[in-house]
Design a protein around this ligand. Sequence first.
Ligand code: CDV
Length: 309
Amino acid sequence: MREIVIGGAQMGPIQKADSRAAVVARMIALLDRGADGGCDLVVFPELCLTTFFPRWMMEDQAEVDRWFEREMPNGATEPLFARARERGIAISFGYAELTPEGRHFNTSILTDRTGAIVGKYRKVHLPGHAEYDPDRAFQHLEKRYFEPGDLGFRVWRNMDAWMGMCICNDRRWPETYRVMGLQGAELITLGYNTPSVNSQMSDEGPEQRLYHSELSMKAGAYQNSAWVVGVAKAGDEDGHPLLGGSVIVDPNGFVVARAETEADELIVHACDMDACTFGKETIFDFKRHRRIEHYGRICSQTGVEHPGD
Ligand code: CDV
């Protein structure tokens, strides 16, 4: 048995005016709750140090860059790293990264129990648009503020398990999970900021969006025989509602823990990494069953091409 007690630290809304210090204090409170409950690893959401700023149109790059972190840890997040170190807990969280070369990424990191960063991921599938779109009920400008991640979908050996990360919209793409599955991923963690209503279709509300969110994570877990931990930033941010529904999904695709609120809430489950083995050695034994001679289109084509086009 290789048991890792995992806490999914869902966060309630962060308003535009909230300071990073106030947010980090909330993260430390969730971390302490996790430590008291025996957690080995606590996972926080996407872009969890600030409000979901890509909903706001900004023209001034200096204004944009205020939402980004130039180093990690930094002054604002060092207290979180220190508490994680002190309590011997690994953490993962998402933030907006501004590199020394001036590049902008939607990033997440993974630490070990000493607070050392062992993994970094930069979001590959950026949803939304780059220019102001008057036809949407609200903006989703990730394509304006970030460039697509350049690190691929890697996995790391951490706490005696193979761990990988993705971020929000990545969870809807089977390729995300499979690339990590092909590296033996046993645990995939992710954070998300998902508006409760589709900005381009107002009758697609929270019920349908929760269904799709969970469906994607269950499928990714089952088809790769891996644990998936998906953690929301939820609730009403300056009048813009975000979904909750954080879940821990087992390698059979069953939800074993689910958040009930849209506030700061910790979900916990003792995840046995050995539970991945059966599926990986039977129905999803990739080496025996995959037929790569038929998968070429996945890597050579992005959009749909009908035969004869
Ligand atoms: N932050 C995200 O990536 N959000 C998308 C929304 C825009 C659909 C998501 O896939 O949840």
